[in-house]
Design a protein around this ligand. Structure first.
Ligand code: HEM
Length: 400
């Protein structure tokens, strides 16, 4: 069987292919596209934990999405650790709690707006908007640029089935260039006039090396960080919330339980992330020969860690295809693991929790309009572009 991450079938339903790979080719090699792939939970976890062998500095996508952007993710140790330190405290679970009232306010406003219509496109009307507002406020992105930045992020990530697989399409390259212009202007502005935001923090905080030497990030490095935080902070949360909403609609008993007892929602979010991790895979580059399942992956080769496959590994999870809102997910791979563990995990968990608390308290019996679902074909991510919901099915059907 062939595994081609760019095939539309993979965006549609990759899980049967993942199952075949785990059983029959736990170390898969796709010579044509030039990558190895790991699919079993324990193998993916081990690779995440071995940052000396599995490097990120050669990029983590197959098509070079990050080329030209100096991101935290594509920085190897020791520089990675020095750079991450600037941001970790800012994104700690405790600091994120301070954002909860604002996240709830935006969530409430967006969901209440849909009440009269009784319908919402959960992506366009909610899950694409909440994380962009919050990320923009954290970064300090001016209000009048947020819609444009959201559209550009969408164009950067989106792929069309007619695109040449593995090549960054022209529309994405153009979006990257436009985002760069916006972010470089913001960086210049905050350099001369610092404000209480993350861009100012990045511009004005020195990176401290192990020997105590200090240096400031150059503009091209700052650009990479800001672009990374914007795209990472927006696309993934949007996809988690919309995929999760579909999973819950398909499990009405679990959904009713969550509506009755919202204290179960944080664990349900972990399970939704396991079921449909928005980042389906990430890439690494081998620094040395490494043997896996009796075969040597040579040094200087690309290896994909298939998060989506690992999260459905029956060797780790019983009945992995069933949503179990009480499941102990254990070490969650949906946010990666090891030194590059998602910086925004606490924020993402908070946004998703509040989103489901507010959605279920208002519209506990929403129905999915399956005819209107549109899936995105994006880089390494999987999720929905349109998700129409009928919010009050009993009322709406009585009216019709
Ligand atoms: C549901 C939402 C999210 C998911 C599923 C997700 C997923 C991931 C994954 C899988 C990684 C590790 C990639 C790798 O090791 O190759 C990662 C890293 C990262 N994420 Fe997230 N993410 C989410 C939300 C966020 C948010 C809200 C932010 C920031 C505001 C963010 C910022 C980052 C950054 C900066 C890294 C790189 C960290 C490093 O290299 O040290 N993410 N994320």
């Amino acid at each position: 069987m062939e595994y081609d991450p760019f095939s539309p079938a993979m965006a549609e339903d990759p899980y049967p292919t993942y199952g075949w790979l785990r059983d029959n080719a736990p170390l898969y090699h796709n010579a044509e596209r030039g990558f190895y792939a790991l699919t079993r939970y324990q193998d993916v976890l081990a690779a995440f934990l071995d940052a000396e062998t599995f490097l990120t500095s050669h990029g983590t996508t197959l098509e070079g999405l990050e080329d030209g952007f100096d991101t935290l993710l594509t920085t190897d140790p020791p520089e990675h650790d020095w750079n991450r330190k600037i941001l970790t405290r800012r994104f700690s679970a405790i600091r994120m709690q301070e954002l909860e009232p604002r996240i709830r306010e935006v969530t409430t406003m967006l969901l209440d707006d849909a009440r009269d219509a009784g319908r919402i496109d959960l992506v366009a009307g909610f899950s694409a908007r909440l994380p962009m507002v919050i990320t923009a406020e954290i970064l300090g992105l001016p209000v009048d640029q947020r819609d444009l930045v959201r559209d550009l992020c969408g164009r950067l990530m989106e792929r069309d089935i007619t695109d040449t697989p593995g090549v960054l399409p022209a529309s994405a390259a153009q979006a990257a260039a436009e985002l760069a212009q916006i972010f470089l202007a913001l960086i210049a502005e905050r350099r001369s006039r610092p404000a209480d935001d993350l861009v100012s923090l990045l511009v004005h905080t020195p990176v401290v090396a192990d020997d105590g030497t200090e240096y400031y990030l150059a503009d091209h490095q700052l650009l990479g960080r800001v672009a990374e935080l914007t795209v990472a902070g927006y696309e993934t949360v949007m996809k988690l919330v919309s995929s999760g909403a579909v999973r819950l609609a398909e499990a009405p008993a679990a959904r009713a339980e969550l509506a009755r007892d919202p204290s179960l929602i944080p664990n349900a979010v972990e399970e939704m992330l396991r079921m449909d991790p928005p980042a389906q895979f990430t890439g690494r580059w081998t620094s040395r020969d490494i043997e896996v399942h009796g075969t040597v992956i040579p040094a200087d080769h690309r290896v994909l860690l298939l998060i989506g496959a690992a999260c459905h590994d029956e060797r780790t999870y019983s009945h992995p295809e069933c949503l179990d809102i009480r499941r102990d997910v254990g070490r969650q791979l949906g946010f990666g693991y090891g030194i590059h563990l998602c910086l925004g995990a606490a924020l993402a968990r908070l946004e998703a929790r509040v989103a489901f608390e507010e959605l279920l308290s208002r519209y506990p019996t929403y129905q999915v309009d399956y005819n209107g679902i549109v899936r995105t074909y994006s880089s390494n991510q999987r999720g929905l572009k349109h998700l129409p919901l009928n919010l009050n099915p009993s009322v709406n059907s009585a009216v019709q």
